[in-house]
Design a binder for this molecule. Structure first.
Ligand SMILES: C[S@@+](CC[C@H](N)C(=O)[O-])C[C@H]1O[C@@H](n2cnc3c(N)ncnc32)[C@H](O)[C@@H]1O
Length: 290
C-alpha cells in the first residue's frame, strides 16, 4: 500500500477544500440542476477528496466513476468516505470496488476503477458523462493529453471542472535567499514527464486547459484557488518543503545549498512563524448547447 501518497492526499484535503472556488462549483452545480442521475467521471481520484467535496453540491442522484492507477489509494477511498459521511449523517455502505452514500439530499453510487490514464485512450470512461472532473492533476499531464481531454469531454457533451492546478507561483515568509532559485528549479521539474502523455504542462497547464476547452467551443471560467498555509498547516508545510527540496535536488542543483534552505525553512515551520502561499487555478467549462 502506498501509505506515503495516501498520507499526502489526506494532509492536503482540508487545504484544497478551503482553497477551491465556490463560485465555479456553483456554476457547475447550476448547469447540472435537474440532471438525474448525474453521471460524473473523476480522473486520478486518489483517495476521493474531489468526490467528497463535490457530492453535496450536485443533484441528489449521482453515479460516479472514479479512476486512478494506484490500487492502494483507491482501496482507501471507501473507508475515508465512510468517516467523512459519518460526520455528516450520511449512511455510507462500502462494497467491492466502491461505495454507496445516502443522505437526506444525496443518493450516490461510487464505482472505483484502477486504470492508467497515461494515454487517455479509453473512450468508455467518458461515454454518457455529464461532468468530467479532476483535482490536483492537470499540472502532471502533457499539453497533448489536455487537448485529448477537451476532445473526449466535448464528444460526451460533458461539463468540466478542474481544481487546484499549480500555476508556478509561490511565496514563503519569512523569506530565505534561495526561495526564488528553488521555485525555478521546482517549476523546471514540473515539466518533466510524469507518465501522463509526455513532458508535463506543469505551471502552463491551467492556461493550456483554458485554451483547449475554449477551442472545443466551451464557455470557460477561472478563479484562483491558492493555498494559504499558516501554523495550523505545519505538517502540510513541512511535507511541501521536503517535496520541493527533493524536486530541486533531482534537477541537479547543489545538494548542500538545497539542504541548507530546507533546514532553515523547516526551522521557520517548527517555530510557528512560517507562512506559505502556493498559486493554483480552478477552471470550469460548460459545453456548447446542441
Ligand atoms: C496529486 S494526486 C491528486 C489526487 C486527488 N485527485 C486529490 O485531489 O486528492 C494525483 C493522483 O494522480 C494519480 N495518477 C498519477 N499518474 C496516473 C496515471 N498515469 N493514471 C492514473 N492516475 C494517475 C496518482 O495515483 C494520484 O492519486
Amino acid at each position: 500500500m502506498d501509505d506515503a501518497l495516501s498520507r499526502w492526499l489526506q494532509l492536503r484535503e482540508p487545504a484544497d477544500a478551503v482553497a477551491r472556488s465556490e463560485r465555479l462549483t456553483r456554476i457547475i452545480a447550476d448547469a447540472l440542476a435537474g440532471t438525474e442521475p448525474v453521471r460524473v467521471l473523476d480522473l486520478a481520484t486518489g483517495t476521493g477528496a474531489n468526490l467528497r467535496y463535490l457530492a453535496p453540491h450536485l443533484p441528489r442522484l449521482q453515479h460516479w466513476l472514479v479512476v486512478d492507477r494506484d490500487p492502494a489509494v483507491l482501496a482507501r477511498l471507501p473507508a475515508l468516505t465512510s468517516s467523512w459521511g459519518a460526520a455528516r449523517q450520511y449512511d455510507v455502505r462500502t462494497h467491492v470496488n466502491g461505495c454507496g452514500i445516502r443522505g437526506e439530499r444525496l443518493e450516490c453510487h461510487v464505482e472505483t476503477r484502477q486504470l492508467d490514464l497515461g494515454s487517455l485512450t479509453d473512450d468508455e470512461i467518458f461515454a454518457g458523462r455529464h461532468l468530467v472532473t479532476a483535482s490536483a492533476l492537470l499540472d502532471l499531464v502533457s499539453q497533448h493529453w489536455l487537448s485529448e481531454l477537451a476532445a473526449r469531454s466535448r464528444a460526451a457533451r460533458a461539463a468540466a471542472l478542474f481544481t487546484i492546478t499549480y500555476n508556478g507561483w509561490s511565496c514563503c515568509s519569512p523569506s530565505e535567499p534561495e526561495d526564488d532559485v528553488i521555485r525555478d528549479l521546482l517549476n523546471r521539474h514540473q515539466h518533466t514527464d510524469k507518465g501522463l502523455g509526455g513532458a508535463a504542462a506543469g505551471p502552463d497547464a491551467a492556461e493550456c486547459v483554458v485554451r483547449c476547452f475554449s477551442d472545443a467551443g466551451y464557455r470557460v471560467g477561472t478563479d484562483p484557488s491558492d493555498w494559504s498555509l499558516g501554523s495550523a498547516e505545519h505538517e502540510l508545510q513541512r511535507r511541501l518543503i521536503e517535496g520541493w527540496a527533493e524536486a530541486a535536488t533531482e534537477m541537479r542543483a547543489d545538494p548542500s545549498t538545497i539542504a541548507g534552505w530546507r533546514d532553515r525553512r523547516i526551522a521557520h515551520v517548527d517555530a510557528g512563524r512560517s507562512r506559505i502561499v502556493v498559486g493554483h487555478l480552478d477552471v470550469a467549462a460548460l459545453a456548447p448547447r446542441r
